[in-house]
Ligand binder design. Structure first.
Ligand code: NAP
Length: 292
């Protein structure tokens, strides 16, 4: 058997086109344009690329971008002051603090200062708590993207055994909560999990977000499972050979023979994060404007 390969690029393009058309309708009906403010501290090369991509996507979707860049040596108070201004700014629907921030700053505390109604990354304690309690709120973008990918292959989530490997606040924990809300039986794994292979092999839906190249081998995958690979691991030029140099947490070549559906890296989960960020920004603007 060879699995269906889930085309995250195409699904993300569809979501982005839907958001762009809904943005047009929103502007027509309210006279307001949704705005996304990104805050980048320092010049971490990966973060510079991500923020640039978010800004471009925002423009393409017909939203107003607000691109704030601060030097790496900025103080906590200066970042907090900027976040406070963005919270108050009526033209800003969503605020995103690009993580990680430099060591002298406290990323989680700064993130927690974002108005929960503008928290389009869904990472504030208020939105994390709302998710845990099953209350409405903005949800983290990458887990939302994974749900969209699961829907694209009609994966059965209700009653299924779902295993999430990785327990980060950014991805693993909210992913598990979202699956639980859809009535999956959820197991979370981490670095202290005993016999990871046996636990993963129970999964009807297996989601890996670890950051270890090809940790999930063929024997970890139950025949017919849907496998979602969130990991992004950069290989050295020697390891990469003539490939893109980016690999996931799943040994794709082996798992594709066993799974029923699987995401590739690159081109799987990655593109969904920005698409869901745009959707969250529109949702935040709608909520603020009191429209559905
Ligand atoms: P993270 O904060 O880097 O944490 C990694 C998690 O993996 C931790 O919970 C850790 O366990 C667990 N872990 C480490 N080694 C393990 C092992 N040998 N067996 C089982 N679990 C193990 O996680 P993250 O920020 O969610 O990132 C994970 C990966 O996803 C990275 O490659 C990242 O680049 C990628 N990612 C991609 C996107 C996207 O596509 N847009 C978004 C987010 C993340 P402990 O908690 O016990 O330390």
């Amino acid at each position: 058997m060879s699995a269906t390969i889930i085309d995250g690029k195409a699904i993300a393009a569809r979501v982005r086109a839907e958001v762009a058309s809904e943005v047009k309708a929103f502007i027509q009906s309210t006279g307001r344009t949704p705005g996304l403010a990104t805050v980048l501290v320092g010049e971490d090369p990966g973060s510079v690329v991500y923020v640039g991509a978010k800004q471009r996507a925002c423009v393409e979707a017909g939203m107003t971008p607000f691109d704030h860049r601060l030097g790496a040596g900025v103080s906590f108070e200066e970042v907090a002051e900027l976040l406070g201004r963005l919270n108050e700014d009526q033209a800003v629907s969503g605020v995103l603090l690009q993580l990680p921030v430099p060591d002298q700053l406290d990323g989680p505390t700064l993130t927690g200062m974002i108005d929960p109604g503008k928290d389009v990354d869904g990472l504030t304690p208020v939105n994390a708590g709302r998710l845990a309690l099953g209350l409405p709120g903005l949800r983290p973008c990458t887990p939302l993207g994974v749900l969209e990918l699961l829907r694209s292959v009609d994966a059965t989530v209700e009653g299924a055994e779902a295993v999430v490997v990785g327990r980060s606040n950014l991805f693993g924990k909210p992913m598990a909560q979202l699956l639980l809300a859809q009535n999956a039986t959820v197991t979370m794994c981490h670095s202290r999990t005993r016999n990871l292979r046996a636990v993963c092999a129970r999964a009807d839906v297996l989601i890996a977000a670890v950051g270890r190249a090809r940790l999930i081998e063929r024997e970890f995958v139950k025949p017919g499972a849907v496998v979602i690979d969130v990991g992004m691991n950069r290989l050295t030029p020697e390891q990469a050979g003539n490939t893109s140099g980016l690999v996931g947490d799943v040994d794709f070549t082996a798992a594709v023979e066993v799974a029923s559906a699987i995401t590739p890296v690159p081109g799987g989960v990655g593109p969904m994060t920005i698409a869901c960020l745009l959707r969250n920004t529109l949702d935040a603007a709608r909520h603020r404007a009191g429209v559905q």
